[in-house]
Design a protein around this ligand. Structure first.
Ligand SMILES: [Mg+2]
Length: 189
């Protein structure tokens, strides 16, 4: 986990899933060379990074499964951040949850632990925090933390359970991160 400072008056925040939300989800990505930003993600994050703290919140069960190491996951993150080229601090904090589905977990989504920790530690306003991701567990983490959740629609993961969860919790769905951020924080006219 890394941290950097940001003006204390910024209390709005975006908790962002990584794979399938900011970068292309290729499954158990372990090589920095495999990082590909999704269309529009970079410009959209540049537009909102002054008004919102950005947090990266990613499940990486490939670590728990022994497919790759934490250091490799961090190298992938570093490549993504280099491509995004956000002004400092970039992401205010990063959570890589290494557990697999079968292991006891602390941070693995749908756990809200990371979000709740940052809300408390960074003085965030839960009413102005969003969890954005492409899987049900992203949405559940947001709802479990008591913040709004937003779905970046991914055909591969949009099953009946996800559809029902969105309906029950009135979770909006967008075709991309760029569209989601336009919905949350419309550009100034
Ligand atoms: Mg994802």
């Amino acid at each position: 986990m890394t941290q950097a400072s940001q003006p204390s008056e910024v209390r709005a925040a975006l908790f962002l899933d990584r794979d399938g939300t900011v970068i292309r989800d290729v499954g158990y990505l372990s090589e920095p060379d495999g990082v590909e930003l999704l269309d529009g993600a970079k410009d959209a994050l540049h537009r909102v990074c002054r008004s919102h703290r950005l947090y990266l919140f990613t499940n990486q069960s490939g670590i728990g499964r022994g497919y790759f190491t934490l250091e490799q996951a961090q190298a992938v993150n570093a490549r993504m951040m280099a491509l995004l080229a956000l002004p400092p601090p970039g992401f205010a904090a990063v959570c890589i949850a290494p557990e697999t589905t079968g292991q006891p977990f602390i941070y693995r989504k749908p756990s809200p632990a990371f979000i709740l920790e940052r809300i408390a530690a960074d003085g965030l306003d839960p009413a102005r925090c969003w969890m954005i991701g492409d899987r049900l567990s992203d949405l559940q983490a947001g709802v479990n933390a008591g913040i709004a959740a937003v779905l970046v629609h991914n055909e591969a993961y949009f099953d009946e359970q996800t559809r029902r969860f969105c309906e029950e919790h009135r979770i909006p769905s967008f075709p991309s991160l760029s569209d989601a951020l336009a919905g949350i924080a419309p550009p100034a006219q």
